[in-house]
Design a protein around this ligand. Structure first.
Ligand SMILES: C[S@@+](CC[C@H](N)C(=O)[O-])C[C@H]1O[C@@H](n2cnc3c(N)ncnc32)[C@H](O)[C@@H]1O
Length: 170
């Protein structure tokens, strides 16, 4: 399967810098392009990818066939709201262009994420904003939600790309 890697995905995976032994959770892999780049870096680590869309689950599974067969990638048809944490706890949890934590009250989502993150682990949220005002709105809401929950996120903004990296507090 040939793959064109969108610039935002390449940028996100560079920032994520997966280590060979990392245990990672991707929320909303969509076509599974980032999952593939991440899994290529793993040796004895593991990636669990969850998506609420059946189509996304199929595409991620197909694109990562070899890694799935080796047990390095586990793809599950499951929204974050119902994820039971299996495969965790995780060193890194990430999502790219997924409407998480900033669109509605996010206390439950954040609690679920925090529960499955290792102490010292980090949450990475990446966005490619369609317009600068949208990027500003996402950043403003994420700052508020994360700091209310005790996170002190690092923020990176390069053009349309926005990244929030939040280490688990305590
Ligand atoms: C815009 S696509 C982004 C796909 C990919 N991350 C990328 O950047 O190309 C958003 C994906 O997140 C999934 N998604 C949205 N909300 C979700 C949730 N609460 N739990 C799991 N998956 C979710 C959607 O089904 C979709 O596959």
């Amino acid at each position: 399967m040939t793959t064109t890697v969108p610039e935002r995905v390449r940028w996100a995976v560079e920032m994520l810098a997966p280590l060979p032994s990392d245990r990672l959770l991707e929320i909303g892999p969509g076509p599974g392009v980032a999952a593939r780049l991440v899994a290529d870096e793993l040796v004895d680590g593991c990636l669990v990818a969850i998506d609420r869309s059946e189509v996304a689950v199929r595409r991620t599974t197909e694109r990562n066939e070899r890694h799935v067969a080796a047990g390095k990638v586990i793809v599950r048809h499951c929204p974050l709201e119902r994820f039971d944490g299996s495969g965790g706890p995780f060193d890194k949890i990430y999502a790219i262009n997924v409407n998480l934590l900033w669109v509605r009250d996010a206390k439950d989502e954040l609690r679920r994420i925090t529960t499955v993150l290792k102490p010292g682990g980090a949450l990475y949220l990446f966005f490619e904003a369609p317009a600068p005002e949208k990027g500003n709105e996402i950043a403003r809401r994420l700052r508020a939600v994360l700091s209310d929950a005790g996170f002190e996120p690092e923020e990176t903004n390069i053009g349309a790309f926005l990244a929030f990296i939040a280490r688990r507090p305590g």
